[in-house]
Design a protein around this ligand. Structure first.
Ligand SMILES: NC(=O)c1ccc[n+]([C@@H]2O[C@H](COP(=O)([O-])OP(=O)(O)OC[C@H]3O[C@@H](n4cnc5c(N)ncnc54)[C@H](OP(=O)(O)O)[C@@H]3O)[C@@H](O)[C@H]2O)c1
Length: 236
């Protein structure tokens, strides 16, 4: 008898790196729940993949809303019985272009953290009990080189702080849930041609998604609490 496909939930799956992560995970045989805050865009993206023969379905999810997080996880748990993989991909860079620290607004930090930190944090709180029940979980947090403390520079301060913070979340989850076979890692996709990265970025979403998909499918003795780019560890 064939083993049931692992269930993966990906945030911000309607475009960019998130869409490509959905496509690659489904190509690897996972059942993917492509989530997006805009139902029209999310359904359209999921339809393209399912019409290509991939096991992809849509569920609405705005990561800034506790209610949306609870409703989405409950709906997937009811339909599928479990969630094996969580990819916290949805992200915003809300800093004004070329902005300097002294001009930056507190609301920009708050809005950025809502999406880039509190969303992943609350999703982890909602999903981990399901993972613990199955003694299996893989959590992939999309971070950035701009969140590396060892190379910290100026510019886009709210975004940088949010990515440092999601790296801290990675370490905390890794430490707390390793014994439950829940492996949590951060990754930097590089500079990627998406809405966020712009057209001049050197990397394709296909290249960017590779490390996220690798971390989503780690064996039980794979790494946890690490920060990776191109499948290799990088400094925090
Ligand atoms: N592109 C790069 O060069 C780069 C570099 C380093 C790290 N990253 C990280 O990689 C991840 C993906 O980036 P990307 O380049 O693919 O960005 P993108 O093209 O701007 O796409 C961002 C995705 O996040 C979604 N999103 C934003 N706020 C959301 C919310 N409240 N709820 C649910 N979804 C939400 C967007 O949905 P809508 O379509 O509705 O806006 C979109 O699907 C981000 O975490 C980013 O920080 C990107």
């Amino acid at each position: 008898m064939q083993a049931a496909a692992r269930i993966a939930l990906v945030t911000g799956g309607n475009r960019g790196i998130g869409y490509e992560i959905c496509r690659q995970l489904a190509t690897q045989g996972l059942a993917v729940v492509l989530t997006a805050r805009d139902a029209g865009k999310g359904k359209a993206a999921a339809r393209v993949l399912s019409e290509a023969g991939l096991n992809v379905e849509f569920n609405r999810l705005d990561v800034t809303s506790c209610r949306s997080i609870r409703a989405c996880v409950a709906a997937v748990a009811e339909r599928r019985g479990r969630i094996d993989v969580l990819v916290n991909n949805a992200g915003v860079m809300a800093d004004a272009r070329g902005s300097h620290f002294l001009d930056s607004k507190l609301d920009t930090y708050r809005d950025t953290l809502e999406t880039n930190l509190f969303g992943p944090l609350q999703l982890a709180q909602a999903v981990i009990p399901l993972m613990k029940a199955n003694r299996y979980g893989r959590i992939v947090n999309l971070s950035s080189g701009l969140g590396q403390l060892s190379e910290m520079g100026s510019g886009t301060p709210a975004y940088r702080i949010s990515k440092v913070a999601i790296n801290a979340l990675t370490r905390i989850l890794a430490a707390e849930f390793k014994e439950s076979n829940i492996l949590t890692n951060s990754m930097c996709p590089g500079w990627v041609r998406t809405g966020m990265g712009g057209e001049s970025a050197p990397r394709s979403p296909e290249e960017a998604a590779d490390t996220a998909v690798w971390l989503a499918m780690l064996p039980d003795d794979g790494p946890t609490g690490g920060f990776f780019r191109d499948r290799k560890p990088i400094a925090w």
